[in-house]
Design a protein around this ligand. Structure first.
Ligand SMILES: Nc1ncnc2c1ncn2[C@@H]1O[C@H](COP(=O)(O)OP(=O)(O)OC[C@H]2O[C@@H]([n+]3cccc(C(=O)O)c3)[C@H](O)[C@@H]2O)[C@@H](O)[C@H]1O
Ligand SMILES: Nc1ncnc2c1ncn2[C@@H]1O[C@H](COP(=O)(O)OP(=O)(O)OP(=O)(O)O)[C@@H](O)[C@H]1O
Ligand SMILES: [Mg+2]
Length: 273
């Protein structure tokens, strides 16, 4: 195995083989234990229709149901955060039905994102690029979830996991901004396996991953933007050989995105020197 590959796998915590039933139990227990130790009232998570939030949402609902059976007063709030009309809204609705959250809310982020985009244009005389506006959508979604969490005493769930963390394919302080990460240590195909094991329909577990942040390319797949297939990223994280060009690309993305996987750089840190 490549030297850097070994170090990356250790940092991402991905294992080549998992037992989905065991993973589900351990991750639900993790959410329960963390909630108790934090003394919070429950969880909130944005449900996009993508497979990561469908899985994390179902784990959160199972966690609060288990706690309530033990007499703990707790709740899980699933929130739709569409930027205006989402082109795959029917998948998001199917995800909500499967997650079966205690409470469902819809908080459109179009108004806040567009207001900020107008203010940026007024301030600098240049509009936001579609790319940066996309990351702004993710950061406004984060702000919306913390607004709900603050007044209700909830923790914000994040969906980051090995196959996204490794390339830095998330928005810094956007979907990367969360309190607890129940999917960490899994790669993409393992997330899919857990979702299948939980009884999700093919519409949900087979859904092509998309950040869906761009006005100009709605529903663009992650694989098209990244230029890397999740199968290759997953193989790499399971310690398998992948084509040299793909390994180099992945490692380049990993090294360039180190700042996204740590706290803000200070004079006392050595990792960036
Ligand atoms: N070396 C460095 N040290 C410290 N900070 C550094 C830095 N380089 C940039 N930065 C900062 O980081 C910022 C760039 O980071 P960021 O805003 O995240 O932007 P960036 O990493 O360019 O973009 C995020 C990527 O993640 C993708 N994404 C986002 C959200 C969800 C999903 C998904 O899979 O669903 C995917 C998105 O499509 C895009 O390709 C810069 O504006 C700068 O402030
Ligand atoms: N339109 C949306 N509505 C609600 N939450 C959203 C929306 N878009 C993104 N999010 C939140 O941001 C997170 C990151 O998006 P990401 O695309 O990585 O995950 P996903 O959509 O759940 O799964 P996939 O990566 O397979 O598309 C989501 O898990 C979800 O919590
Ligand atoms: Mg998505």
């Amino acid at each position: 195995m490549r030297e850097l590959q070994r170090a990356i796998i250790a940092e991402m915590g991905v294992r080549p083989e998992i037992d989905p039933a065991t993973e589900i139990t351990e991750r639900v227990t993790f959410l329960q234990d963390y909630l108790r130790s934090a003394g919070a009232r429950g969880f909130v998570l944005g449900i996009s229709g993508g497979l990561d939030s469908t899985l994390a949402g179902r784990l959160a609902q199972l966690a609060v149901e288990g706690l309530r059976a033990d007499g703990v007063d707790t709740e899980f709030v699933a929130v739709r955060l569409p930027y205006n009309v989402q082109q795959d809204e029917e998948d998001a609705q199917a995800a909500l039905r499967f997650v079966a959250a205690d409470e469902e809310l819809t908080l459109g982020v179009g108004g806040a994102v567009d207001a900020l985009a107008r203010d940026v244009l007024a301030a600098q005389g240049e509009p936001l690029t579609d790319y940066t506006k996309g990351n702004t959508k993710a950061r406004i979604r984060m702000t919306a979830q913390y607004a709900l969490a603050g007044d209700r005493g909830l923790l914000v769930i994040g969906t980051d996991h090995g196959a996204e963390s490794v390339t830095g394919f998330f928005t810094k302080f956007g979907d990367g901004g969360a309190d607890v990460l129940p999917l960490y240590g899994l790669n993409k195909r393992q997330n899919r396996a857990l979702l299948k094991h939980l009884g999700a329909s093919e519409q949900l577990w087979a859904k092509a991953p998309t950040a869906d942040l761009l006005d100009e390319r709605p529903g663009q797949t992650d694989e098209a933007e990244l230029g890397l297939d999740y199968d290759v990223i997953d193989d790499y994280l399971e310690g398998r050989d992948v084509p040299e060009q793909a390994a180099q690309k992945l490692e380049g993305l990993f090294l360039r995105s180190r700042h996204k996987r740590t706290t803000p750089a200070t004079i006392l840190d050595g990792w960036w020197r």
